[in-house]
Design a protein around this ligand. Structure first.
Ligand SMILES: Nc1ncnc2c1ncn2[C@@H]1O[C@H](COP(=O)(O)OP(=O)(O)OP(=O)(O)O)[C@@H](O)[C@H]1O
Ligand SMILES: O=c1[nH]c(=O)c2[nH+]cn([C@@H]3O[C@H](COP(=O)(O)O)[C@@H](O)[C@H]3O)c2[nH]1
Ligand SMILES: NC(=O)CC[C@H](N)C(=O)O
Ligand SMILES: [Mg+2]
Length: 550
């Protein structure tokens, strides 16, 4: 399958570049900007995109790509920092602009009379077709590359976000587009299939952005669309079958979207007899969760469903712990310890494989699968635990969704015939209420939070808001505050409500509730859950906050 490699220099919109390309039906993989580009990385790669960055190319923190990319003969597209980087790496200069270019800005571009002589052949004309308002996207995606007319001029409304500009072009580059302020905006190399744009075609506000990316992906790189969920299923079938043979596969399943889809995928691509689903009731689950999950999992058609009750073990492991990372680690390790114990009890042979519903974003956030600059934000229980890492190194872990984003997992779930109710469920983290009860976790606090959270979620459903929100939940704060109820002094817990919108959980905005909904939900909670005396609404986006509080 043809692939586009994206070097991530830390831009907020790198994820979007990948998403646009996948939406076009081509597989895109993101690696750190400074990662070594090995032969293994390059398998099936038809072109490389260099992303934007919050850093400047002249700053010591500005990452430098593996210089090998310039001698591979592969097409390159630099976006913002990416083209600034390609400029500096090839002898040009970048300097700070006196006035930054932010937001919408017109870019004017003239196709040369001899595009065929540029960038080593037809590539340049194909690239320019992305800017040509008369060329439809389908033509750009078509089997013969769409080409722009020599000498044609275009003007597009671009979306800019930079404070630096190219002041001397890199060796071999020519400038074809200019921003309204006169800054270089579109560059093409004279001999090599190298391109650069100073704006961000990946954002939806950029006019013809998708077409410009498509011009590169199809016209320049010659990619064939090969990325679809149906094909993904076939690929998993082939690779999984080969890897696991007839050995048993044990999937840790939470009833959440990811692991349920992973379960359905395993049941569909392997022999259902070899697939074991194991759900743990950690005591950190939501109200009535175990029952709901049991019903949903039985519907999947699993032959071996193991429901493990281990509430007390999790609560004891968490006793006295208040530090978020210590809590996460304790929970992550216990998942594996219990799983190993249960495997012995069930009598599975040593040759079994452990499967998880890990997503691409889980790996990124836990600082895995990406390079040395990646920061650990929080250890997702299924990734950060040393026990899981050891198993992963030993090649005993199967994560059939680890290249997918949440919304892709949802469409895969629909293809696999999973109920819409399950597919649309808000994500629920493995450590569950353990990271939503700030500070020490106790059974009593779990019960209070369970009640409050259930009211909140039920209200969102009743009010038709659940599907508008990407994730909503309640958090129990480690503070009590004074109140008055029935003329009596109350000293009770403070609850925070969280509701966010997002595409993939990597960034999030606060859901703008109507004040009426918030007030009514708050009253309902304090009137019903007597241990809660005060309700607040979390109005922080991600970044700078994260979605969960711990
Ligand atoms: N209670 C649980 N029992 C068994 N496995 C679990 C449990 N909670 C989480 N896991 C495992 O950890 C993985 C990651 O959890 P995560 O919450 O990211 O995914 P999910 O629960 O499947 O989906 P969602 O993100 O929609 O909640 C799951 O896919 C599953 O393999
Ligand atoms: O399975 C999981 N195990 C974890 O340890 C974990 N921590 C956070 N999350 C979920 O990931 C998304 C991003 O969360 P944060 O902004 O809090 O990092 C949100 O959807 C979170 O609910 C987790 N999921
Ligand atoms: N968005 C970007 O890639 C910005 C690049 C660089 N930090 C600049 O300000 O020009
Ligand atoms: Mg979950």
């Amino acid at each position: 399958m043809d692939k586009i490699l994206i070097l991530d220099f830390g831009s907020q919109t790198t994820q979007l570049i990948g998403r646009r390309i996948r939406e076009l039906g081509v597989y895109a993989e993101i690696i750190p900007g400074d990662a070594a580009v090995t032969d293994e990385t390059l398998a099936d790669v038809k072109g490389i995109i260099l992303s934007g960055s919050p850093e400047s190319v002249y700053s010591p923190d500005g990452e430098v790509p593996d210089q090998r990319i310039y001698s591979l003969g592969l097409p390159l597209l630099g976006i913002c920092y990416g083209i600034q980087r390609m400029t500096v790496d090839n002898g040009g200069t970048v300097e700070a602009l006196p006035e930054r270019e932010y937001g919408s800005l017109e870019v004017n571009l003239t196709v040369p009379d001899d595009p065929g002589k540029l960038a080593g052949g037809d590539a340049a004309a194909a690239f320019f077709s992305g800017f040509d308002g008369t060329v439809p996207l389908d033509a750009i995606r078509g089997s013969t590359a769409a080409k722009s007319k020599p000498g044609a001029s275009f003007s597009i409304n671009s979306w800019m976000s930079h404070g630096d500009t190219i002041t001397k072009l890199g060796r071999g580059f020519r400038q074809f587009g200019t921003s309204l302020h006169g800054a270089p905006a579109v560059l093409v190399h004279e001999e090599r299939p190298w391109f650069g744009v100073q704006f961000h075609p990946e954002v939806t506000h950029n006019e013809r952005g998708t077409e410009i990316i498509a011009g590169f992906v199809f016209g320049v790189c010659g990619c064939k669309p090969g990325w679809s969920m149906e094909q993904y299923i076939e690929e998993v079938r082939a690779s999984l079958g080969q890897r696991v043979g007839a050995n048993p596969v044990l999937l840790l399943i939470s009833g959440g979207v990811d692991s349920t889809v992973a379960g359905a995928l395993l049941l569909k691509t392997l022999n259902p007899d070899q697939v074991h689903l194991m759900y743990m009731d950690t005591g950190l689950m939501r109200k009535n969760e175990t029952e709901t999950v049991r019903v949903n999992l039985e519907r999947l058609g699993a032959k071996h469903l193991h429901i493990i009750h281990c509430e007390n073990e999790f609560l004891s492991a968490l006793k006295g712990l208040t530090d978020p990372e210590a809590k996460r680690k304790a929970i992550g390790d216990l998942f594996i310890t219990i799983q190993e114990r249960e495997v012995t009890r069930l009598g599975l042979p040593d040759s079994y494989f452990l499967a998880q519903g890990t997503l691409y974003t889980d790996l990124i956030e836990s600082g895995k699968g990406i390079g040395k600059k990646a920061h650990l934000i929080k250890s997702h229980h299924n990734v950060g635990s040393p026990l899981v890492d050891a198993k992963r190194k030993a090649g005993r872990i199967i994560e059939p969704l680890d290249r997918l984003y949440k919304d892709e997992v949802r469409s895969l779930g629909r293809i696999l015939g999973i109920d819409e109710d399950v597919v649309r469920r808000h994500p629920f983290p493995g450590p569950g209420l353990g990271v939503r009860i700030l500070g020490e976790v106790t059974k009593e606090k779990c019960d209070i939070l369970r009640d409050a959270d259930a009211i909140y979620i039920e209200e969102l459903k009743k009010r038709g808001l659940y599907d508008e929100i990407w994730q909503a939940f309640a958090v129990l704060l480690p503070i009590r505050s004074v109140g008055v109820a029935g003329d009596v002094r109350k000293y009770s817990w403070v609850l925070a409500l969280r509701a966010i919108t997002s595409d993939d959980g990597m960034t999030a905005d606060v859901y703008p509730f109507s004040m009426k909904d918030l007030l009514e939900i708050s009253t309902l909670i304090t009137n019903t859950v007597t241990d809660i005396g005060r309700v607040t609404y979390d109005i922080s986006s991600k970044p700078p906050a994260t979605i969960e509080w711990e």
